[in-house]
Write a protein that binds this ligand. Structure first.
Ligand code: PGA
Length: 255
């Protein structure tokens, strides 16, 4: 399977975006459970909408399927119509959360600063954040990719201490590869993951940089998962479109 060191067991996470009701989430998870072998060699997570979290958790039960929220707000409570807080996720039993997805950045005004506030709050509340970063096509063509990634990490992870950093996962998702069918080549992805790991070493230390998992996202499918996951610094995948059907998603889990 993966070339990652043992402490970086692959994590395959499905981001359902704005798809699936609670009933649909439960039916999917029941099907996925039947497909998963008892000697699963990867960690598996699914991120349903807030409205489907509870039924997803119930369906996952004591199976190895981890359930993640797609976002979280930084205040515990208050007059913030439409927001969901860390204690609310804690109350449900959700332990994982995606933060800073490029769609949040593109359509909902997310910035590195708001990503940072969410990350700090999530870590303080014992959640495991999957922090998404990635460059646009324009930035890649202008040779700004590495600069963009290091700035997103530096600002997004500001004030995170080394102990809390153990709960972090990073997802590298080049925006030009999301939902476009255009995957980064293994070389492009590995190169970016190496840059990210080097920056994690500068921000934290070498041990943590080698410990934190870095997922690749952007048009991951059963056909390209193995080659991507064979790269030394790619420790898993964040999967959108190909996570919506259990058999297709299982094709990635079973890379
Ligand atoms: P995609 O989405 O797999 O459909 O490209 C990935 C993501 O947005 O996390």
């Amino acid at each position: 399977m993966s070339a990652s060191p043992p402490n970086r067991r692959p994590l395959i996470a499905g981001n359902w975006k704005m798809y699936k009701t609670g009933a649909e989430a439960a039916a999917y998870i029941e099907q996925l459970k039947l497909l998963l072998p008892s000697n699963l060699e990867a960690d598996v997570a699914l991120a349903p909408s807030f409205t489907a979290l509870e039924s997803a958790l119930m369906a996952a039960g004591d199976s190895p399927i981890l359930i993640a929220a797609q976002n979280v707000f930084w205040e515990d409570e208050g007059a913030y119509t439409g927001e969901v807080s860390v204690p609310m996720l804690n109350g449900l039993g959700v332990e994982w959360v995606i933060i800073g997805h490029s769609e949040r950045r593109q359509y909902f005004g997310e910035t590195d600063e708001t990503v940072n506030r969410r990350v700090i709050a999530a870590l303080a509340g014992g959640l495991n954040p999957i922090v998404c970063i990635g460059e646009t096509l324009e930035q890649r063509e202008a040779n700004q990719t590495f600069q963009v990634l290091t700035a997103q990490l530096k600002e997004g992870l500001a004030e995170v201490d080394n102990r809390a950093a153990q709960s972090l996962t990073i997802a590298y998702e080049p925006i030009w590869a999301i939902g476009t069918g255009r995957t980064a080549t293994t070389e492009i992805a590995q190169e970016a993951h190496r840059v990210i790991r080097d920056e994690l070493e500068r921000i934290f230390n070498k041990e943590l940089a080698n410990y934190i998992r870095i997922l690749y996202g952007g048009s991951v499918k059963p056909e390209n998962a193995a080659a991507l996951l064979a790269q030394p610094d790619i420790d898993g995948a964040l999967v959108g479109g190909a996570s919506l059907k259990p058999d297709v998603f299982y094709g990635i889990i079973n890379f």
